[in-house]
Design a protein. Sequence first.
Length: 557
Amino acid sequence: MTYRQMYEVEIKHDGLNKYRVIRGAERHVVEQKAQTQLNQWDEMWKKKVEAEEKRAARERKAQEKEEKKQYAFQQTEEAENQLQQIEDILKHTLDVDDTIDWEDLKDKRKFDKPKPKAPENITHPPEPDENDQKFQPQLNLLEKMISSMREKKEKEMEEKYLEEKERWKEEVENIEKENQNNNKEYEQELKEWKAEKKEFEAYQKETNEAIEEQRRNYLEKDPTAIIDYCDMVLSNSEYPDEFPQEFDIDYNPETKILIVDYSLPSPEDMSTLKEVKYVQARDEFKKVYLSEAAQKKMYDRLLYNITLRSLHELFEADTVNALEAVVFNGWVNSIDKATGQEVNACVLSIQANKEEFEEINLEQVDPKLCFKNLKGVGSSKLHSLSPVAPIIKIDRDDPRFVSSYAVSEGIDENMNIAAMDWQDFENLIRELFEKEFNQAGGEVNITRASRDGGVDAVAFDPDPLRGGKMVIQAKRYTNVVGVSAVRDLYGTVMNEGATKGILVSTADYGPDAYNFAKDKPLTLLNGNNLLHLLQKHGQKAKIDLQEAKKELKEKEL
């Protein structure tokens, strides 16, 4: 399986005490998702602060008894609404189309910064005209007759004109400078505005192209795009602010199985306030909570509803039929009352096939009965937070290489065990399980081997509680293991009178195979499990199915 480079952003909100890691194949999409989540948290925090301020304000104002009665009534209404919201967790999503609208993800904002306005140039004042009447000497009779007096008057008018002309020139020069400065500032502002607009549009285009590429990758069923898409589906789901809503997702394109590790709310995250009463005699408020039995019942129902809701949202949004089945592992982070230590336990696990699940009328089901009917695994009392083993785990390590010491000579990190000789493969499996069971004083015997890559062995475990006779069957396969191989193993277990059957494959199993093995004494180990078992006993190896197919085909020629 080829994986592309992944980007991740860690975000947190101190006020809400929330933390999440956003992952994805496209940087812009990851940044957008992170910003969207931060905006949602800011909005949650704003609402919480406003609610707290309103509550504090109401308490300050509730001086009179009638006001306090009304305050208690409002608090009761809020409590009832919160309890009803928890009760309707599953129904809430049934009227919502969970399909991702790619166009809604795109950035369609307009660049809203106003464009700078060109300045209006200051106009020049009119140039003084020496023929203007005000520059003409007004001569009396005597001045007209005496030339010296007339000339003096004329000179005065000429000087007046020249002075005004000089002032006019100076004013024009100042206006020109001011106009030039204004135009220069405008040109700079316009240049900066254009640069900002260009940067905005370039980033917007890059973001939208990344979303469009993600859409194309999703339509082509690219594994990373499938994971990103399902992440968005679950992120869009609306829950009470107190719920963690954190999850990790993996996808196997060969089996078309999606695995979800989902952080469920702890009992402390659930609102249990039922009523607020105003006691006039003592002039105080009394809070009434759900009984312990009612809290446990509501909590169990909540976890079942979140599980069914998540499965519904993922299947409904699966427009390209990339999901044949979904494995949902529900984890609860809580404080162990016995030790005071924080514990993160898987309290329920379920594998649901899409075709089967879509036949269920979720509006009418009892969530617990529906979960059990789908062969979900979990304690009968989820509120006890008893851990269970996930049906399928997310492999967070690189599955291609593991380190160990040699179990069989010639095996190292360069050896592709999916393409090795079938007899070498038989020997490797025998030695591996000998090592595993010898630790408890058991033994492993090869009973039959065949050139189809399968090997039967019988292990005897002396442990009085978990021991007994076990049938081990290994398949050196390069394709998905079908349900027929699991049926064959089950038949062998019955015929041998064994307590358990173990099927080991270099490849993975199809959904039907996992479904068949659910309620039977069978353990299915895929290629990743095999490599981890090798790691446990010091072996270094790799599994590359595509490379193995080529090598085996060349050997046949």
